[in-house]
Design a protein around this ligand. Structure first.
Ligand SMILES: NC(=O)c1ccc[n+]([C@@H]2O[C@H](COP(=O)([O-])OP(=O)(O)OC[C@H]3O[C@@H](n4cnc5c(N)ncnc54)[C@H](O)[C@@H]3O)[C@@H](O)[C@H]2O)c1
Length: 323
């Protein structure tokens, strides 16, 4: 990501703020950490891999930012505590938590093992829960109007073939955000979910995105079809939204799920009834048999994300669907 130098550390929008970004050794997390640092925040890099965490710290320092690494797997309360402590020990406080760490174990339902399910839930859902709980405890105890920025996925919003574990975790994260927005309101702490789409290690092997990833690797802009119609760009394209939600400007934004990728930004609705009907005495089997087909007509909800077809010239032979 381009590292424009910030005008002056004390006038930067996030000057004086301290952020923890989980899973920030590479990919989207690294881009978030770099943008938070570029806007003036000091950053705690977290990852499971010491080498990539050290490289991320060095990249931020080289661009004039401040960062330290805490290498530990998110999921446990111990790691969550170590991350909050790491921020306080290195930089004296904590203002922003971004729960970005993630893994995939994609398989269709009958092939998915208990281990596949548990690992994805452990890192994404439990990792978000334990880190948010520790951060919120710190914010409340210290009177900090903190920011909790969680990471969802289109899969959590729409469902996706082969991602039972990931869909559960990502939909669960948005469910927690709605709950935390209510619980944290009085303390002035916000909780939001960002729904990213970007070329990273997680997505660049998907054939559907191949021509965009290859253009990016050649240093060329990704085709407009990807950046606009699919909302697919690179990690830096999502980072501005993370830094904005971390800023004082976003004090009034909480409980939201906001999508970002390429040139696209999307505010997601929360689930709400699309039709409401009443029947005196309640809905018996017989009443449903008689009336439900007509009620559902035109109101059955689609599942899965409907992507526009790839234009011929952007189609790799093997691209059939987004995984
Ligand atoms: N790339 C996309 O288009 C996309 C789309 C939707 C959601 N997401 C989400 O964005 C986040 C980042 O994804 P990415 O594409 O940058 O993936 P990535 O694989 O490039 O990066 C994930 C990072 O998390 C680290 N990690 C894994 N387990 C960890 C753990 N237990 N504790 C700490 N760190 C851990 C990995 O080492 C890696 O550095 C994930 O939550 C992912 O689900 C990505």
């Amino acid at each position: 990501m381009a590292q424009d130098s910030t005008a002056s550390p004390s006038t930067a929008p996030l000057a004086g703020k301290v952020a923890v970004v989980t899973g920030s050794g590479q990919g989207l997390g690294l881009a978030y950490a770099q943008e938070l640092a570029r806007q003036g925040a000091a950053v705690v890099i977290n990852d499971v891999d010491q080498e990539i965490a050290d490289r991320a710290v060095a990249a931020i320092a080289a661009a004039g930012g401040q960062a330290v690494a805490v290498v530990a797997p998110v999921g446990s309360t111990e790691t969550a505590t170590a991350l909050v402590q790491g921020a306080v020990e290195a930089f004296g406080r904590l203002d922003v938590l971004v729960t970005n760490a993630g893994v995939l174990r994609d398989k269709s339902l009958l092939k998915m093992t208990d281990e596949d399910f548990d690992l994805v839930i452990q890192v994404h859902l439990r990792g978000t829960f334990t880190c948010a709980r520790e951060a919120y405890r710190y914010f409340k105890d210290n009177g900090v109007a903190g920011r909790i920025i969680t990471i969802g996925s289109p899969t959590g919003q729409y469902g996706n073939f082969g991602q039972t574990n990931y869909a559960a975790a990502k939909a669960g994260i948005v469910g927690m955000v709605r709950t935390w927005a209510l619980e944290m309101k009085k303390a002035g702490v916000t909780a939001n979910a960002v729904i990213p789409v970007a070329a990273t290690a997680m997505t660049e092997t998907i054939p559907f995105f191949r021509s965009a990833v290859e253009a990016d690797r050649r240093g060329e802009p990704m085709p407009e079809f990807f950046r606009k119609d699919l909302g697919f760009g690179n990690a830096a394209d999502v980072a501005g939204l993370i830094a904005y939600l971390a800023s004082d400007d976003a004090a009034g934004i909480t409980g939201q799920a906001i999508g970002a990728g390429g040139d696209r930004l999307q505010v997601f609705s929360h689930p709400r009834p699309v039709v409401t009907e009443y029947r005196d005495g309640g809905w018996t089997f017989e009443a449903l048999r008689e009336q439900l087909p007509a009620i559902l007509e035109g109101n059955l909800q689609p599942v899965g994300e409907t992507l526009p077809p790839l234009p011929e010239e952007l189609r790799p032979e093997s691209a059939t669907q987004q995984s």
